[in-house]
Ligand binder design. Structure first.
Ligand code: NAP
Ligand code: MG
Length: 480
């Protein structure tokens, strides 16, 4: 794969001509992509293209914009397999997970096509006789989107598609570790009739491309998904210059299992959200907080599932736990497991790098830690890999207290048949997304997505929240 920047409707190498190599997460001896190492000059060209395209795209109108997004969805439908393989090669997830990501991207294109088409406001009578009031939404302007590598097609779509669907123009900076799917998104949109300059993609590092992008005063809004450290640095950079800022950051999502739950079913749901995509999902279950009476049963079922899960390359049949994004990221996770053991946690299963035919990728065995307590580092910070901690709680109150005892608040789940406990949990848990008898992962594009506390900013993504972030309202008073 050779991804190139996409600026003003054309593929373009970096102005400097520099490139870097991306290696296969399943076998780092293999180069899977050569991509441009862009810099501030490329960012300037992209912002200029977005600026020239803005008036025409705003005037294009919702129905015609919707037609472009639907046509792009149809084109992507014709290349689902190809797009999924591309995701596997760069990001590493399993083919089934990558396939689901492409299908989700198609839903996002179709949803925001319709939502942009029907963008309306409210109308009201005025206090003043003879005057009618209505609200209208107009695009905010040029939007910068900065995305992480873990959903390399869906995340660029979650941001760029509503932004352009509501009439803005965009400069997107995908993560260097998996930029090719973002270029595919730009290509299908252009083949579908997107005018040049409406969506520009610049590939390069956060420090070279990301900083130049957010520092440009022509950028009206920045939508960022990634780590807390980068998100907080960006918030400080943007502060004071009036640009909107939306951030989706890290998580430490808990799943509470109460005594009345079915331990087999609970263990299955938890394993899916803790170890799928090698645990590299912001909403992955990191802490399983189990009521004392069912703790041993949940621990033993989870242990036996984790021990049986097949670790291997994302392209292989039957694999449930793919490689992590790089072997060096894997190594940082192994260090955290050692630290948890030193802190007193018990390694129940996993905790090792794979060898043999898997020795050249970012593979590790799915890991379960028992006897974890809330003050341990593993229970407080985000460890972005297939690692799950078991904590014991005396009852619902203590379980909720433990769930809330972290700086994050992205997603949380409870497993129980007791309605009263569900209501207590929903009212008291610090989480932007709450699941009942479900894994902590997943979400529908027509509903708001985001976290509380340090997991996000006050602006949610998706659903109606997307219309709020990517448009500004005007209130119009009309007298005949
Ligand atoms: P990351 O290191 O924060 O990077 C995210 C993006 O920011 C990348 O494109 C990165 O570029 C860029 N960046 C880095 N430094 C920058 C700077 N100084 N200025 C502007 N941009 C900069 O995150 P990641 O490692 O890719 O992804 C993992 C993290 O994302 C985890 O913490 C996970 O929880 C979080 N995440 C959150 C959600 C959510 O919805 N809450 C969803 C998915 C992931 P380069 O890496 O290319 O240099
Ligand atoms: Mg990173």
């Amino acid at each position: 794969m050779r991804a190139i920047n996409f600026i003003a409707g054309h593929g373009a190498p970096a102005a400097s001509g520099d490139e870097y190599e991306r290696r296969n997460p399943a076998d780092e001896r293999e180069v899977v992509g050569k991509h441009p190492r862009s810099g501030p000059a490329d960012v300037t060209a992209a912002i200029e293209a977005a600026e020239s395209a803005l008036p025409g795209w705003t005037a294009f109108g919702g129905p015609r914009r919707a037609a472009v997004l639907h046509a792009a969805a149809t084109l992507l439908e014709a290349e689902v397999h190809e797009a999924a393989v591309e995701i596997v090669l760069e990001e590493g997830k399993t083919l089934a997970e990558a396939h689901a990501e492409v299908m989700r991207t198609i839903v996002v294109l179709r949803h925001f096509a319709e939502r942009g088409r029907s963008l309306g406001g409210t109308t009201a009578q005025s206090e003043e006789i003879g005057t009618t009031i209505y609200t209208r939404h107009r695009p905010v302007g040029i939007v910068a989107c900065i995305t992480p590598w873990n959903f390399p097609l869906a995340l660029p779509a979650w941001k760029a598609v509503p932004a352009i669907g509501f009439g803005n123009t965009v400069v997107l900076k995908p993560a260097q570790l998996a930029p090719a799917p973002a270029i595919r998104l730009a290509r299908v949109l252009h083949e579908a009739g997107l005018p040049p300059g409406v969506l520009n993609v610049v590939i390069g590092s956060g420090s070279d491309v990301g900083d130049a992008l957010v520092d440009d005063t022509r950028i009206a809004a920045v939508s960022f998904t990634g780590s807390n450290s980068v998100g907080q640095a960006l918030a400080r950079r943007i502060e004071g210059r009036g640009a909107r800022f939306q951030a989706e950051l890290g998580g430490q999502s808990p799943a509470i299992v109460l005594d009345d739950a079915d331990p087999v079913h609970a263990a299955r749901l938890i394993a899916e959200s803790a170890f799928g995509s090698a645990g590299q999902r912001c909403t992955a279950t990191r802490r399983v907080i189990v009521e004392a009476g069912i703790y041993e049963a949940v621990a033993s079922h989870l242990q036996s599932i984790a021990a049986r899960l097949e670790v291997g390359p994302g392209m292989d049949d039957g694999v449930s736990v793919p490689p992590m994004i790089t072997s060096s990221e894997r190594d940082t996770v192994l260090v955290e497991i050692d630290r948890a053991e030193a802190d007193g946690a018990e390694l129940l299963v996993g905790g090792i790098a794979m060898n043999g035919r898997l020795a050249h990728g970012g593979f590790m065995s799915p890991t379960l830690l028992g006897g974890v307590t809330p003050e341990m580092h593993i229970a407080r910070e985000e460890v972005f890999g297939p690692v799950c901690s078991l904590l014991k709680a005396s009852g619902l109150d203590q379980a909720i207290e433990m769930a809330n005892d972290v700086r994050y608040g992205l997603s949380a789940s409870i497993m129980t048949r007791d309605l009263g406990s569900v209501i207590q949990f929903v009212e008291r848990v610090d989480a932007g997304m709450i699941h009942v008898n479900r894994p902590t992962i997943g979400g529908d594009p027509h509903m708001p997505f985001g976290g509380v506390k340090d997991s996000g900013s006050s602006h949610r993504e998706w659903g109606e929240a997307a219309a709020g972030f990517f448009t500004e309202q005007q209130t119009v008073y009309v007298r005949a």
